[in-house]
Design a protein around this ligand. Structure first.
Ligand SMILES: Cc1cc2nc3c(=O)[nH]c(=O)nc-3n(C[C@H](O)[C@H](O)[C@H](O)COP(=O)(O)OP(=O)(O)OC[C@H]3O[C@@H](n4cnc5c(N)ncnc54)[C@H](O)[C@@H]3O)c2cc1C
Ligand SMILES: *[C@@H]1O[C@H](CO)[C@@H](O)[C@H](O)[C@H]1NC(C)=O
Ligand SMILES: *[C@@H]1O[C@H](CO)[C@@H](O)[C@H](O)[C@H]1NC(C)=O
Ligand SMILES: *[C@@H]1O[C@H](CO)[C@@H](O)[C@H](O)[C@H]1NC(C)=O
Ligand SMILES: *[C@@H]1O[C@H](CO)[C@@H](O)[C@H](O)[C@H]1NC(C)=O
Ligand SMILES: *[C@@H]1O[C@H](CO)[C@@H](O)[C@H](O)[C@H]1NC(C)=O
Ligand SMILES: *[C@@H]1O[C@H](CO)[C@@H](O)[C@H](O)[C@H]1NC(C)=O
Length: 458
């Protein structure tokens, strides 16, 4: 099997999961290895069917957009018309109770330029997936197979064999476990038993047709409405502003999650009841808003779905023999709108390492990769947890109304809140980095800001 200039270099590459990390890995590896590995064969296996409609819309930060551009995915997305999603210049913040506008959180400078040219984006997960698949399928020696659920496997220092639900097996000399937070690659092979854990936070989300909503909305792209212990995100997903993604970010008990998951897909009346109780939960949190469009959205939106957020325990194993975990499979974190950027970055960094060290043993390469990534991922994880726990930290929020737009919440160079008082410099915003966003996640903007905002309004 092994020929060409680099005898130890993997040729039969198996990727588990055709999500963000999996497809980014296939694309990056093909781009980086095709010229040095003459008989490369990259196969991607996903347990789901190709056309899944659920999942709502994802927020891409400037960092994520920069990486997707590098992989050719952004230009693919941009050719998809209304499906391309919308670019986000700023997120408008409102207080749920008082209805007050709290200010914008900007991704751009005063001339409308983003970080190194990149703004945020809100796009349907299904559209992002279609764009990534289109790019991957055009590449030489990449094949993507759906309906292939990994159920187990075995690994030796020589090769890895994967076993799928349909009984088939496949053997390769490098496996990338990109199968998300509940990764079977992790729980069945790399670190048996290390299951993900529920963070206590869930998204209750749906899509709404804005043509049904009588009251015009005071935002053009994305808004986050802050309540005491939760927030309601509303974002257009298309340039025509007909599709509105709505997500309540709330604390939901594990007990309720278990009940929801126990409902069978064929029990339609139980499904219906559960959707009603989801809507009831959203109404209980946000229905008292003085903003009329919020009440209308809740009244007219159906099919609320529960998406509990899980995390992977920190400092778990990332590799074994010839298997490496990437993306959420390795390090799913409490909710933040930066996670996809980490998944794509994992893929790009590992691919570059492999291309630059084609002579290197995989185990050495994995260790090198871990040295590069572990610290950064731990930092991001700690930052997410801090963001979510900060309402417990009374020291940060001493009870009195404070300047909402404290620099504590903001990435350096962001002009949130500063815009009114201090003109921003003429220089362009720098290229986006994780550091520019590490202390900010739209999803964690809840009680802290909500409390000070509501307190101001008595
Ligand atoms: C409610 C919610 C909202 C979020 N919002 C955002 C956001 O706005 N911005 C952001 O950056 N991040 C967001 N995230 C996080 C983001 O979704 C993940 O970080 C990102 O999807 C990770 O990519 P991944 O490829 O590692 O995993 P995934 O995207 O989960 O992909 C895993 C793939 O593996 C497949 N798979 C799973 N098990 C198997 C198996 N046994 N065999 C074969 N295939 C399998 C799945 O079908 C899937 O295609 C959110 C997460 C949640 C839960
Ligand atoms: C690897 O591929 C990326 C795009 O996927 C490209 O930007 C980069 O220059 C490539 N690096 C090498 C070493 O081939
Ligand atoms: C793709 O696979 C074929 C068949 O194995 C091989 O001949 C070709 O060299 C491969 N191309 C690349 C770029 O790896
Ligand atoms: C590529 O790998 C897949 C899965 O192992 C295999 O079915 C296919 O025959 C391989 N293709 C080539 C050209 O080796
Ligand atoms: C995998 O490696 C083992 C030795 O560890 C070897 O016996 C087996 O033939 C290999 N399988 C394949 C498909 O290459
Ligand atoms: C929305 O966009 C229009 C046209 O670009 C602009 O006039 C209006 O002020 C914007 N509204 C808000 C709330 O940003
Ligand atoms: C899982 O990972 C953690 C590290 O976060 C480790 O302490 C533990 O031993 C691992 N295994 C199991 C079965 O939990």
């Amino acid at each position: 099997m092994q020929h060409g200039g680099f005898p130890t270099m993997p040729r039969e590459i198996l990727i588990v999961g055709a999500g963000i990390a999996g497809l980014a890995s296939a694309i990056a590896l093909s781009n980086n290895l095709s010229s040095i590995a003459p008989s490369l064969n990259i196969s991607v296996y996903d347990g789901a069917s190709e056309f899944t409609t659920s999942g709502g819309a994802i927020s891409l930060t400037p960092v994520a957009q920069r990486y997707l551009d590098e992989l050719g995915i952004l230009s693919e997305l941009n050719q998809m018309g209304d499906e391309a999603g919308i670019e986000v210049d700023a997120i408008d913040l409102f207080s749920v109770r008082a209805g007050r506008r709290l200010g914008p959180l900007r991704f751009t400078d005063e001339n409308g330029h983003g970080y190194g040219g990149y703004k945020g984006r809100r796009v349907l997960r299904s559209a992002l997936s279609a764009a990534m698949l289109a790019v991957a399928r055009r590449l030489p020696n990449v094949s993507v197979y759906h309906g292939m659920k990994l159920v187990g496997g075995s690994t030796t220092p020589e090769n890895v064999t994967l076993k799928f639900e349909d009984g088939s097996t496949v053997t390769g000399d490098l496996v990338l476990g990109c199968d998300g937070v509940h990764s079977a690659t992790r729980t069945k092979i790399v670190d048996p038993g290390n299951r993900s854990e529920y963070t206590g936070i869930s998204f209750i989300q749906s899509m709404t047709d804005t043509r049904n909503l009588p009251t015009p909305m005071p935002f053009n792209q994305t808004a986050v409405h802050l309540a005491r212990h939760s927030s309601l995100l509303t974002s257009y997903c298309d340039p025509k502003q007909e599709k509105l993604f709505v997500a309540a970010v709330v604390r939901v008990s594990e007990h309720l999650i278990e009940r929801y998951q126990a409902i069978s897909e064929t029990d339609l009346s139980a499904q219906k009841n559960m959707k009603m109780s989801m809507r009831y939960l959203v109404r209980a949190q946000f229905g008292m808003s003085s903003l009329p469009y919020i009440r209308e959205i809740i009244d007219r939106t159906e099919d609320w779905m529960l998406y509990p957020v899980y995390q992977v325990r920190q400092r778990g194993k990332w590799h074994a023999d010839r298997i490496l975990l990437l993306g959420d499979a390795a390090h799913a974190m409490p909710p933040r709108d930066e996670s996809a950027a980490y998944a794509v970055e994992d893929a790009i960094i590992f691919s570059k390492l492999l291309a630059q060290n084609p002579d290197c043993q995989l185990v050495t390469l994995f260790e090198e990769y871990e040295n590069l990534r572990r610290g950064l991922v731990n930092k991001a994880f700690d930052a997410s947890r801090r963001l979510w726990q900060s309402d417990l930290d009374k020291g940060l929020f001493p009870g009195q109304a404070r300047d909402l737009m404290s620099s504590l919440h903001l990435p350096p160079d962001s002009c949130v809140g500063k815009c009114a008082t201090k003109p921003i410099t003429k220089t362009n915003l720098p290229a986006p980095t994780h550091e520019s966003f590490s202390d900010l996640s739209v999803y964690s903007l809840t009680s802290d800001l909500g409390r000070s905002a509501d307190a101001t309004n008595g």
